[in-house]
Design a binder for this molecule. Structure first.
Ligand SMILES: C[S@@+](CC[C@H](N)C(=O)[O-])C[C@H]1O[C@@H](n2cnc3c(N)ncnc32)[C@H](O)[C@@H]1O
Length: 219
């Protein structure tokens, strides 16, 4: 099997970021999988255990959830299995194709959309917004815009559930993906006026293990 070339990947992302094209490269990752969702290099093919734990403890019915940058759909499926009415979107048409083929009979509304210009009627419409690893592939002002857009999807009392790689303040500034630091996470509180309900950090089981944040904020 051909090895994934991380250095070429990082250079490709950097070139797009330098040209102020934050997301136009995303579809290529899914296209390269040639219809096989198991070949998408960043897909864990399972939900974050902290999300699953949260869903177990917060049983729901008839609530609306939306998944940002849903990739190949595992988290959307977990939210749907937990009882949410789920909209899951991605800017990549190839990702959404993979989701629809993977889950042909699910009730999840998988669709192509851009977080930065989502349909007007999504605003303040969701009880739960799930973001996993989208902000970290963005650079500069697009990270801030993504956070603002995520918060803007919440209805009153709605919860933003955020899962991402993490870094210490001032470190890994040029990494691709660029993990979030605690200051960026705290902007959900200080800028978007959400209340922190859960904040935790942990190391995943990759080799070497990668540091992550998992947080829940409420509007
Ligand atoms: C690192 S992947 C994570 C995918 C998935 N959430 C997961 O955890 O496996 C980031 C995803 O965000 C999507 N994405 C990036 N910018 C986006 C935007 N502006 N609107 C919607 N999706 C976006 C990408 O296409 C990609 O699927």
């Amino acid at each position: 099997m051909e090895e994934f070339d991380f250095e070429a990947y990082k250079q490709m992302v950097k070139d797009h970021q330098d040209n102020d094209e934050p997301t136009s490269w995303c579809d290529s990752i899914y296209k390269d999988a040639r219809g096989d969702y198991t070949k998408v290099f960043w897909a864990d093919l399972e939900s974050n255990p902290y999300l699953l734990q949260y869903l177990k403890k917060n049983i729901t019915k008839d609530k609306k959830a939306i998944v940002i940058g849903c990739g190949v759909g595992d988290d959307a499926k977990s939210l749907s299995d937990a009882g949410y009415k789920v909209t899951a979107f991605d800017i990549s048409p190839s990702a959404i194709d993979l989701c629809k083929k993977r889950y042909p009979h699910s009730k999840i509304d998988f669709l192509v959309a851009d977080l930065f210009s989502y349909p007007k009627d999504w605003r303040e419409n969701y009880d739960l917004v799930y973001e996993c690893n989208t902000i970290q592939i963005l650079a500069g002002k697009y990270r801030i815009l993504a956070r603002e857009k995520i918060s803007s999807l919440l209805n009153k009392g709605g919860k933003a559930v955020i899962s991402c790689r993490s870094r210490l303040l001032g470190k890994q500034e040029n990494d691709i993906p660029k993990p979030l630091d605690k200051k960026e996470m705290n902007e959900f509180i200080h800028k978007d006026k959400l209340k922190e309900l859960i904040f935790t950090d942990y190391y995943d089981n990759q080799e070497p293990a990668i540091w992550h944040f998992f947080a829940v904020y409420q509007k």
